[in-house]
Design a protein around this ligand. Structure first.
Ligand code: SF4
Length: 647
């Protein structure tokens, strides 16, 4: 079963910038077993005979894993395999744990073990979606691939049973071969008759047994062309009139997306039957094992950004077509035949965290106020962030500050605590030390000998050498000269989106005032950078009155082609950064100086609504029209929570 076959979307809709706040992946596929009662000719992971079977997780280990997943609140867990129903009782227990905690649970199956009793029990335990394989419109085609007599009738019956007992979502996976590829239309009509939700088709993968048998099962390129033509026709013809959809999935797609545009935010996860964590079932590499550390710990250690690992990128870029999956490259293990390359993102390096060789320095002069409390607690107020008010530091965090004297690396500080508290789990201590250092950095009471290792959180790469980031105090000079550049009317030219809030005073961005804005975060600057220069900017100001909740769009100077990216980045990040709650962003226009149409249309498309009009607000007959865009309550709460972690 491949990624597309197991009901996992190939594309995450989660923006990369949210990686830092995700508490877990959205989708997980879990090979609950690699045992199988079939030996299909195309089985990509050689279920029933691959070496993983010897070291499968025990029932207790699986249950422990399931309980660990509860806190991550997955959107969906899919049982894959192998034939998952060979561990039916265990499957029910895991499903119960996850569905009770709000996750959706699905499974893939060859259908042979599904009876009415099994289907009802699955449903009772919270399994609500299934995918059954159907590789033809008749027993001969299907069973030639599956190798088991009667398996076609059983698969069709399984679908009927699942439907009858009330499974809300049933997909069918069809694997094209040289002999069944012409049956696609009939399979689609059969699916329609069975009231299937979706028919999923993807090319046969030349991996595992599919590789061994490739010569006589893989369709010819011409056959594939014909198949896609028919799928497109079926899609077009039945897209509105039918409840059954058909989908042609590209199994290579995720190997292009994940190492590139999603490398900072992969929200998918896969766990093999032996507990190995993998990033793609088609690559010979694992990045951890839940027998060594809990899955949640891998997530905290940076699994979301696992695709930043160069080795993964190197392996993925070898594959540009389905054919390449079966390629034997020197020095690269063959998937599902050889042992995988093993990296452990917790044990092998500090992937996902800051550079542990960085040396923090606590500077007393960064404190506006300090007071000794009872029991070795300390209260401080930071000079940089007085708005964070009194921060009470417990004795352990205080010790971290003491050890941060510029001579010790993060690693050495962690070692101090792991030696001191051998009974506490090492990873827990590491996570706590990093969290404390991150908070102190954000508060401005810790500096770094080299580059601030926590800064990566505030950047997001775009295409080319562009990236989006948040303006820091250090950027004062650059921001000032960039705004100055745009102030020159001659340079306010086409291909730039320019907007200046009409209530801005003329000297609002002098060096001193700009510094104040950056220093006290009263106005946040979001930058489009290329190499070291600024090429675009959007600024949003906090409401001036503490009881006001609407932030105001102040300045936009941005090349047209990057404007949308920069705007969305600013809008999404602002509530997380704002030192207090913000419920909306406002933008103003006057009846005398109207906002550029491109900009206004875009903002209206983004959801800004006219909030009101103030007559003669700016004198000389200048009316002020106010538009605003509200954040949902849910988003505000999320931002609030994230801010607590940050500061
Ligand atoms: S039923 Fe699925 S897991 Fe079992 S051998 Fe066939 S393809 Fe592999």
């Amino acid at each position: 079963m491949g990624l597309t076959e197991v009901g996992i979307p190939e594309e995450s809709s989660v923006p990369m910038k949210h990686a830092r706040i995700l508490r877990g992946p959205y989708q997980m596929s879990f090979d609950i077993t690699n045992k199988c009662n079939f030996r299909c000719l195309h089985c990509y992971n050689r279920s029933g005979e691959n070496p993983v079977i010897e070291r499968e997780l025990t029932d207790d280990e699986v249950l422990e894993f399931a309980n660990d997943l509860v806190s991550l609140k997955l959107f969906n867990l899919c049982f894959c395999g192998g034939e998952p129903l060979l561990r039916f009782e265990l499957m029910c227990k895991v499903a119960q744990i996850l569905s009770t905690s709000g996750s959706r649970v699905s499974f893939v199956s060859n259908g042979s073990l599904i009876t009415e009793e099994v289907a009802r029990k699955l449903l009772v335990h919270g399994v609500t979606a299934a995918q059954i394989s159907l590789d033809g419109d008749n027993p001969i085609s299907h069973e030639r691939l599956r190798g088991v007599k009667g398996s076609f009738t059983k698969a069709v019956n399984a679908i009927r049973i699942l439907k009858e007992v009330g499974f809300p979502k049933i997909d069918v996976a069809f694997c094209p071969t040289r002999w069944n590829i012409g049956e696609i239309e009939n399979v689609f009509f059969l699916c329609k008759e069975l009231r299937i939700t979706r028919l999923r088709v993807q090319p046969l993968m030349p991996l595992g047994r599919g590789k061994e048998n490739a010569e006589f099962i893989v369709p010819t390129p011409l056959q594939y062309r014909e198949l896609v033509r028919k799928i497109n026709y079926l899609k077009k013809e039945y897209s509105t009139s039918s409840d059954t959809t058909i989908e042609w999935g590209d199994p290579v797609d995720h190997l292009i997306r994940l190492p590139t545009i999603l490398r900072h935010c992969s929200t998918l996860a896969e766990v093999k039957a032996d507990g190995s964590i993998e990033v793609s079932p088609y690559l010979p590499i694992t990045v951890g094992n839940i027998r060594r550390h809990k899955f949640s710990e891998y997530w905290s250690a940076g699994l979301v950004r696992v695709w930043e690992i160069p080795k993964l990128q190197e392996l993925a870029t070898r594959i540009v077509s389905v054919k390449d999956m079966g390629r034997n490259d020197k020095g690269v293990p063959t998937v599902w035949f050889d042992e995988d390359i093993t990296i452990d993102i917790i044990d092998d390096n500090n992937f996902g965290g800051p550079n542990e060789k960085a040396k923090p320095v606590f500077r007393k002069e960064s404190l506006l106020y300090e007071r000794e409390e009872k029991e070795s607690y300390l209260t401080i107020i930071s000079k940089t962030h007085p708005e964070a008010k009194e921060v009470i530091i417990n004795p352990t965090a205080r010790k971290i500050l003491e050890l941060a004297d510029g001579t010790r690396t993060i690693e050495e500080i962690e070692t101090h605590f792991t030696n001191k508290y051998p009974e506490i789990y090492k990873e827990k201590i590491k996570a706590d030390v990093l969290r404390a250092l991150s908070s102190f950095t954000r508060l401005g009471v810790i500096d770094w000998e080299d580059e601030n290792p926590f800064l990566y959180k505030y950047e997001e790469p775009l295409t080319g050498r562009y990236y989006l980031c948040i303006g820091q105090e250090d950027n004062l000079k650059d921001i000032e000269s960039f705004i100055g550049f745009a102030e020159e009317p001659i340079k306010a030219r086409k291909k730039l989106v320019l907007y200046k809030n009409p209530v801005i005073t003329t000297d609002e961005y002098t060096k001193l005032k700009l510094r104040k804005k950056l220093f006290d975060f009263s106005e946040e600057f979001f930058l489009l950078r290329r190499d070291s220069g600024i090429e675009g900017l959007i600024s949003i100001a906090l409401p001036s009155h503490p009881k006001e909740l609407g932030a105001v769009l102040k300045l936009i100077i941005c090349p047209e082609n990057f404007f949308k990216d920069l705007f969305k980045y600013s809008k999404d990040y602002f509530p997380y950064l704002a030192v207090r709650d913000v419920s909306k962003i406002k933008f103003y226009e006057t009846n005398m100086e109207r906002v550029n149409d491109t900009l206004k249309n875009f903002l209206l498309e983004e959801g800004f609504k006219k909030e009101g009009e103030l007559k003669d607000e700016l004198g000389f007959g200048k009316d002020l029209v106010i538009y605003s865009l509200g954040y949902t309550q849910e988003f505000i709460e999320k931002a609030k929570e994230a801010r607590k972690e940050f500061i």
